[in-house]
Design a protein around this ligand. Sequence first.
Ligand code: GLP
Length: 237
Amino acid sequence: MKVQYFKDYGSMSAKAAEIVAGEIKAKENMVLGLPTGSTPLGMYSKLIEMNKAGKVDFSKITTFNLDEYYPIKRDNSQSYYKFMHDNFFDSININQKSINIPNGEAPDANAECMEYEKKIEKAGGIDLMVIGLGPNGHIGFNEPDSFLLPNTHVTGLTEATKEANKRFFASINDVPSKALTMGMGSILKAKKILLIISGESKREAVKQLLKGEITTKLPVSFVHLHRDAAVLCDIEV
Ligand code: GLP
């Protein structure tokens, strides 16, 4: 796991965008895993700029998002479906049919998760998986627990995560209590991982991560086991 520190959010986001664009240049029909949250917003803006300037072409890639609240309507202002379209997909030349996001409207959540995992496999697996970090060490919605799950699954959100994400909702009671998330295996099977970390609220989780111990109490610590993982961080720990 290679960690690179940046003096500010802008330079970290530019580097993240450069890495993503570089992977697409190397393989135009690559499969890209994507996160939500405030951390990737700078990277998405940069990639949009690069796309408009003709420096990166998204027309042949396939994307898989990490997670989605459950249940949630796609047109809910806080759905990850809406987030991804508003902040990225609607502004780039991607083929809308190549976008995959777990369906928060699916009547059968378990069936949706099994289907999602199959779709990833059918696409040939993920080439580059970009992930963010929850303040409690979660990745996707793989929350700290006594065990973690390998495949895409339905999960409950911890109070800490509801607390961290309530800023986007009218109140904590409006944060859905469940989510559909890629599992640890879905993430770790990606050929490359790019972990982007921004802000003071992540300091403790980063400190724990850098200890080098692997524990289900800090899901991100499993990234240590990956052969090709890069970490970009805008806080010096
Ligand atoms: C959510 C998402 C995670 C994301 C995390 C951090 O909980 N499920 O995938 O990494 O938020 O978000 P932020 O970047 O806003 O701190």
